[in-house]
Ligand binder design. Structure first.
Ligand SMILES: [Zn+2]
Length: 264
């Protein structure tokens, strides 16, 4: 394998991934091989340095992703291993010039390693962000407990009502998840169908809440992607706590929520 020396700026992004992986494990959001992470690193690399001697694994990428450089976690890998064995549980890939294959240019040091089976979803979302939301370079898919619980509730069938129920739990949720949560209908993991519904979600919302499965968010870096999920999950947790205690929350009023819009 043609191992690349990674730029300092990339190392900083990888250190953030290790830190967030610790949070995911502590919060019980990343059991076994649950979840996956990717970062679009294309702008961090010098093209000349990457091209050349690499061998490419055939893969049918969207044509416009030719030349992309992506950090991505491995299939079957445990996200908790990102804390101290990131080069075994993840890799950096380079997509070739006609988008027909990828080469692992860093990491993936575990026997039989391959990028996550959600590779097509991640690359498709990166392409979408390049065009529509270019500052968002990181994608985090994980299993936040209380948000998943809410995806089993009847509120999940009415996106507007679900977002109102979450936003009114406390001011920071309205401010830091300003576009809210998308109720993304169930689709089988690692399919193009799932990639499609997730991109649909990001056209209008900050978070794609996958029915009876988990949630996905994008952010400027992995920490910002985490923040969306952390704040939204807090709302779900507060709501469930009120219900567990046997009362309906009073909730912020519509006027109070409107007043908060100036901070979004
Ligand atoms: Zn999942």
């Amino acid at each position: 394998m043609n191992e690349l020396k990674i730029p300092l700026k990339v190392k900083e992004e990888l250190d953030k991934v290790s830190r967030i992986a610790g949070y995911l494990w502590q919060r019980e959001w990343a059991e076994r091989n649950a979840g996956n992470i990717s970062i679009n690193l294309t702008s961090f690399f010098d093209k000349e340095e990457i091209q050349g001697a690499n061998e490419y694994v055939p893969f049918d990428f969207p044509k416009e992703t030719a030349g992309f450089v992506i950090f991505i976690t491995g299939t079957g890998c445990y996200l908790r291993d990102l804390i101290d064995k990131i080069e075994e549980a993840a890799c950096i890939i380079h997509i070739n010039d006609d988008a027909t294959g990828y080469s692992i240019i860093w990491g993936g040091r575990k026997e039989g390693f391959a990028p996550t089976c959600e590779l097509i979803s991640h690359v498709s979302i990166h392409l979408f962000n390049t065009k529509n939301n270019p500052s968002h370079l990181a994608i985090l898919h994980t299993h936040p407990l209380e948000l998943i619980v809410m995806s089993h509730h009847e509120l999940f069938q009415n996106e507007e009502k679900l977002n109102f129920a979450l936003w009114r739990m406390c001011p920071e949720i309205r401010v830091f998840v300003p576009k809210g949560v998308h109720c993304t209908p169930y689709a089988l993991s690692s399919t193009e169908a799932l990639a499609k519904v997730t991109i649909e979600a990001f056209k209008t919302r900050n978070i794609s809440l996958w029915e009876k499965h988990g949630a996905t968010a994008t952010g400027e870096d992995i920490e910002k992607a985490w923040d969306y999920l952390d704040v939204a999950n807090k709302a779900a947790k507060l709501l469930l706590m009120c219900w567990s205690a046997g009362f309906e929350p009073a909730g912020l009023s519509k006027e109070q929520l409107t007043e908060l819009e100036q901070f979004t």
